[in-house]
Design a protein around this ligand. Structure first.
Ligand code: GSH
Length: 214
């Protein structure tokens, strides 16, 4: 099994956390030439995105589908609760992440350079992101991991995106994402105690520093 990955990608980090947490023997590789749009990579994954998992020639190109596949295939060290209700709770958060929380943050990636920044886009996307962070604050469990005492796929999904939010929002003079959101702040401290999360976020940090020439 081969996972196409870039360490700075929040979606790829979602899947790396699962690989590390379950201790899976998955080969983690860069796309050919480190280029998501090269003809070689588009032949492997027509969507031209990462992550993508190659399972003996069958390609799974979506991070949450990859994570659910890992869970189905390697149920030891589970990352989904046993009860249908618990599983629904986790999936509500992973869908919330993919569909609502991450997109406004992604829209801000293109606005990092103050010289080429569109202030209207920045204002709109910051307001949307802050609304989503307020919603997340309400959805998180009162303590522990995202849904409570169990570490789940919900934590794997949200942690890499929060890494970006915490690192990028100050560039836009927005209030820090953890400020005034006590449950999110407590969750952020707690989730980083998980060795798989610590390792994957450390890799993101290194990749971010390299990109910024530090
Ligand atoms: N819905 C996809 C999103 C994946 C995604 O957008 N990955 C980014 C990197 S974080 C990417 O490959 N972007 C390249 C592009 O869209 O051209 C997933 O969950 O895997």
């Amino acid at each position: 099994m081969k996972l196409y990955n870039m360490n700075l990608s929040n979606f790829a980090t979602k899947s790396r956390i699962v690989v590390y947490d379950k201790g899976l023997s998955v080969e983690i590789v860069s796309p050919p030439g480190n280029d998501l749009h090269s003809p070689e990579y588009l032949k492997i994954n027509p969507l031209g995105k990462i992550p993508a998992l190659d399972v003996d020639g069958m390609l799974i190109p979506e991070s949450e589908v990859i994570n659910e596949y890992f869970e189905d295939k390697f149920p030891e060290r589970p990352l989904l609760p046993k009860s249908p209700e618990g599983r629904a709770q986790v999936r509500t958060l992973t869908r919330f992440h993919d569909l609502y929380l991450e997109p406004p943050l992604r829209a801000l990636f293109g606005q990092m350079n103050p010289k080429t920044r569109d202030d209207k886009v920045v204002t709109e996307k910051l307001s949307e992101l802050n609304k989503r962070l307020d919603e997340l604050e309400k959805m998180l469990a009162a303590s522990g991991f995202a849904i409570g005492s169990e570490f789940t796929l919900a934590d794997c999904a949200i942690a890499p995106t929060m890494f970006f939010a915490i690192n990028l929002l100050p560039m836009f003079n927005s209030k820090p994402p953890l400020e005034g959101r006590p449950k999110l702040a407590a969750w952020w401290n707690h989730v980083q105690t998980r060795p798989s999360v610590k390792k994957a976020l450390g890799e993101m940090q290194q990749a971010l520093a390299a990109m910024q020439g530090r």
